[in-house]
Design a protein around this ligand. Sequence first.
Ligand code: NAD
Ligand code: MG
Length: 399
Amino acid sequence: MNKVVQQITVLGSTGSIGVNTLDVIARHPEKFRAFALTAHTQVDAMVAQCVTHQPVFAVMGSEKHGRAVQSALQGLGIKTAVLWGPAALEEVASHPQATTVMAAIVGAAGLAPCIAAARAGKRLLLANKEALVVGGSFFMAAVNAGGATLLPIDSEHSAIFQSLPENPKIWGDVIDKIILTASGGPFRMRDPETLKNVTPEEACAHPNWSMGQKISVDSATMMNKALEVIEAKFLFGVEPAQIEVVIHPQSVIHSMVQYVDHSVVAQLGTPDMRGPIAYGLSWPSRIQSGASAINFETLSGLTFESLSSNRHSDRFPGLKLAWDVLSAPEGSNAVLNAANEIAVAAFLDRKLRFDQIHAVNTACLSQFIPSAPSSLGDLLALDLEARSVALAWVGKLAA
Ligand code: NAD
Ligand code: MG
C-alpha cells in the first residue's frame, strides 16, 4: 500500500478552512499527515488539534499564546514542538520536511508564509486569497522561481481549474471568458436603502456557506467576489475584461470557463469546502472528501441573475473596484485589500456602518497612487501604510 505521501503544514488550522482541511487529512491517514499546524490566538482549539493530529510543530501568534499551548501539551505528554511569531510561520511553511502547505490564514498576514512556501517549491494550496491579491505578479513570480505547484482552493477558482485543460500553456489560446458565480450573499434581495442598518450578525449569516467572519462580511458586500476577480486574473493569466461575474443563488455551479468556440465547461458540487480541499490535496487524482453528492431529483433549479442591473450595482458597489484596481498600477490591489481588512474589522467591532465599508475602500484608493511594488518588503510597507490611512478614514466616518 501507499506510504504517507504528503506532510502538510496547515497555516490557519483553527479556522473554517483549516478545520475542513484536517477533516479531509484524517480521512486518508495513509496519504496525508499534519506536519505543522498554526493559529493566531486560539489556544484551546490548537491544543485539541495537537492531541488529535500530533503534528511535529505548532505555531501561535505570540509568546503568550505559544507558552499556553506548550504547557498544556506538556501536561498531556504530547511531543509537538511549539513556536511563535511571524518568522515561525515562514519556517514551517518552508520546512524541508513539509511537502505541502495549506494557506488558510485570513488576510495579508498570510502573505509572507505563502511567499516562503512558494520560494521553497512546495505544493501550495491557496485558500488565503488576500495573499495573492496583495502579492499579485510578485507572488506568481515567487511560485515560478521556486518551482512551486500552486493549486487554488477558493471554490470558484478550484472549479475553473477543474474546468480548464491540463496544460496551462494553451489556456491563453482557448479561454474566451472566465465566469465566476456568486451566491449574492445574505443581502441579494435587500433594499439597498436599508443596508446602513445591517448588523455583523446579519452580515455573517450566509445563506449557503459556513465560513470565517471576514469572508462572510466580504460575501455580504460582494468584496469577496472583487477579491476573487483579482485572484482569477493572476491565477489564470487572463485579461480583466475576460472575467465575468454572474449571480447564481443556489451555489451549485461553482464557476465556469467559456471557450473560444463558445462551449462552456462548469464544475458542480454541494457547497462544502472539503470538495476543493480534497481536490487540491489529491490533484491530479481524486479522493473522497466527505462532501455529500448533489441530489438532482430534489434540486429545484439552477438560476442566474445579471449583476449589471441597477438593482445589484446599488447593492454591491464594491464589485466594480476589482476592475478599477486591475487597470491601475499593481500596488492598488494591496491598498484595496488593506483598506477592506481595516473596514471589515471596524464593522465587526461595531465602529463602522456596513455601507461605510465601501466608503473607506474608495477613499483609501483615491488617496494613493502607488507604484508597482517589487519586493516583499515593498508590499508589506504599502500594506501597513494603507492600513493607517484606512484607520484614519474609519475614525473620520465614525465620528
Ligand atoms: P477563519 O477566520 O475561520 O480562520 C482564519 C485562521 O487564520 C485561524 O486559524 C486564525 O487563527 C488564523 N489567523 C488569523 N489572523 C492571523 C494572523 N494575523 N496571523 C496568523 N494567523 C492568523 O477564516 P476562514 O474562513 O478559514 O478563511 C481563511 C482564508 O480562506 C481566507 O483568506 C478566506 O478568504 C479563504 N476562503 C475561505 C473559505 C471558507 O469557506 N471559509 C472559502 C474560500 C476561501
Ligand atoms: Mg470563493
